[in-house]
Design a protein around this ligand. Structure first.
Ligand code: AG3
Length: 276
């Protein structure tokens, strides 16, 4: 009998943390950019953590990956063909894009070890990188976006929190580069953190994007394993597109009701970003 129980905890503040009881720690590696851990948890399956923060769990990754992908796809002027993902080394975003019919995908991940670890423990997600039309580049996404000659219909930022390597992905300069690399009628999307625990993330995204794009719209989803469970994403685009009413896509989380309802913001979030 095992007397000592193992737990992995993500600390939200000095006074609060979320703990997962784990069957096993499957790996831990310190890379040039960050520390990557994989745990086998009882309630959420395998869990990927970066620098002690939950990135993804087998049993709820569908919420994040559907929401960061399927919402912006409804705001491009035409059916998007060419996509750029920055971050996303687990393949979850690329997989959802592909399911939604976007087949020309460039995925720029800074840390090759994120991909290697995910290939080992989440092969169902990373298998997307072997599909024709999906190109995986191990590079700094900020530099890539600045230098590339290509343009995209959708640019997506699937990053860690805005500290360390991901900080520059929340800057005005980066948003300008993104806008310059969008085709007309294209859309940009970024994860923008927990309004409770990372108010800075949604504020930085909203303010930075508003200084560059005509339309900037935060939306939210419930993700049980992220800080507070209440999570935000922000889309930005320039062309006036009609509000989508219905969607041909439904996933495990996303459906018609969510497409309309996810943009409704609680007052404290509106106050945080200064909208009425
Ligand atoms: N990227 C966003 C994870 C942010 C989580 N933050 C935290 N737990 N403090 C997820 C990568 C999934 N492809």
């Amino acid at each position: 009998m095992r007397l000592i129980e193992n737990w992995f905890s993500e600390r939200y503040s000095d006074n609060l943390q979320l703990s997962f009881r784990v069957k096993d720690q499957l790996m831990s590696v310190k890379t040039d950019y960050q520390r990557i851990d994989v745990f086998d948890t009882y309630d959420y399956g395998k869990l990927l953590a970066i620098d002690g923060t939950v990135q993804m769990c087998e049993y709820d990754e569908f919420v994040y990956h559907e929401m960061i992908t399927l919402v912006p796809l409804h705001f491009t002027r035409e059916q998007p063909k060419k996509a750029l993902i920055i971050g996303g080394g687990d393949g979850g975003v690329a997989g959802q894009l592909n399911k939604a019919g976007v087949n020309d995908i460039t995925n720029v991940e800074i840390d090759s070890q994120v991909v290697q670890v995910c290939e080992r423990f989440f092969p169902g997600l990373t298998s997307i990188f072997r599909k024709p039309g999906v190109k995986l580049l191990i590079k700094d996404g900020i530099k890539y976006l600045r230098e590339t000659r290509e343009k995209f219909d959708i640019i997506m930022v699937d990053s860690t929190d805005p500290e360390g390597p991901a900080e520059g992905l929340f800057s005005k300069k980066f948003y300008e580069d993104a806008r310059n690399k969008l085709n007309e009628g294209g859309v940009f999307v970024t994860q923008s953190g927990s309004p409770y625990y990372q108010p800075k993330a949604i504020k930085m995204a909203f303010e930075g994007l508003s200084s560059v794009f005509k339309h900037v719209r935060p939306y939210t989803a419930f993700i049980p394993t992220y800080p507070s469970g209440f999570w935000s994403f922000t889309i930005a685009y320039d062309s006036d597109v009609d509000e989508p009413e219905t969607t041909p896509f439904s996933g495990k989380y996303f459906n018609n009701d969510i497409l309309r309802g996810c943009f409704l913001l609680p007052q404290f979030v509106k106050d945080l970003i200064g909208v009425t």
